[in-house]
Ligand binder design. Structure first.
Ligand code: ADP
Length: 260
């Protein structure tokens, strides 16, 4: 696959964009701790600024977990969004971002509630939304495994890449532009009409629904059946003791037997 370039070129991304403000300004790094941290250090940049790093030395998942971000193979990026969004609606931005990644990646990618994109039973993408400066800005971090040929032993069972799934290498700039092009109209729809405007598409893509799941909350486990997505984006679970709604940020969800 010689035609695949090994560097991400911001101008190549910009050529492919049909957005108004999303990714119109790009900050590119060869290496940084985390693109979410870069965005936090530069909140004065325009809304829609996209931070991309070829390698992250301290990529993060939720709840302080580590996100493997090796150079050349993946997309590690964060979008700075400045908008007056109430704190309880911020997790919904993660859900919208998940829809846009699914649309852009195709190849059977689905959403594992709330913030992971999976192909089959393995994770191809993780999304981490953070707020900073009160709620005056939101940082939407997205990590996508694109051309990775393999993973460290501890991740092998739960991680995959587009290359592993399809046998093809992908141009990272094209995928970045595709995600941005999908995200902007969804984000506008959400800003104008709320999460209910996109909930049907989210449910259609969400493989967690209609499955038995283990909810891991502060070390304790609850088993139940995931029955629906709430109007606020929470996961509605039927447990032995009744129906509960859990919100992202506080729980991890696993399948009964494996990761999905
Ligand atoms: P979850 O809620 O599924 O535990 P997080 O959103 O907290 O996931 O993401 C962090 C977890 O993702 C890590 O604990 C690790 O197991 C896994 N992980 C780390 N790097 C990668 C990667 N590049 N691809 C897929 N999974 C990863």
């Amino acid at each position: 696959m010689d035609s695949i370039t090994s560097i991400i070129e911001p101008n190549n991304i910009k050529r492919l964009l049909n957005t108004e403000f999303v990714a119109r300004h790009i900050e590119y790094f060869d290496k940084t701790d985390s693109t979410n941290e870069e965005a936090k250090r530069r909140p004065h940049l325009p809304s829609g600024t996209l931070f991309i790093s070829d390698t992250q030395t301290a990529g993060k998942g939720r709840l302080g977990r580590k996100w493997e971000s090796p150079g050349k193979d993946g997309i590690w990026m964060s979008l700075l969004l400045k908008a007056d969004i109430p704190p309880d609606k911020i997790p919904q931005i993660t859900l919208i971002a998940a829809i846009s990644v699914c649309r852009a990646l195709g190849n059977g990618s689905k959403i594992k509630w709330p913030n992971d994109i999976v192909i089959g039973t393995r994770k191809v993408c993780g999304i981490l939304t953070e707020m900073s400066g009160g709620t005056s800005y939101i940082i939407l971090g997205t990590g996508i495994n694109v051309n990775n040929a393999g993973f460290a032993p501890e991740l092998k069972e739960k991680a995959t890449s587009l290359f592993i799934e399809t046998g093809k290498k992908f141009e990272r700039s094209e995928i970045i532009a595709a995600v941005m092009n999908e995200f902007e109209p969804l984000y506008k729809k959400f800003s104008e009409n709320g999460f209910s405007a996109v909930i049907d598409e989210y449910k259609n893509l969400c493989i967690t629904l209609d499955k038995d799941v283990r909810l891991i909350y502060r070390g304790a486990e609850i088993v139940g059946g995931a029955i629906d997505i709430a109007e606020n984006g929470g996961l509605i679970v039927q447990t032995q003791n009744g129906i509960i709604t859990v919100t992202s940020g506080e729980v991890s969800v696993r399948g009964i037997y494996d990761y999905v």
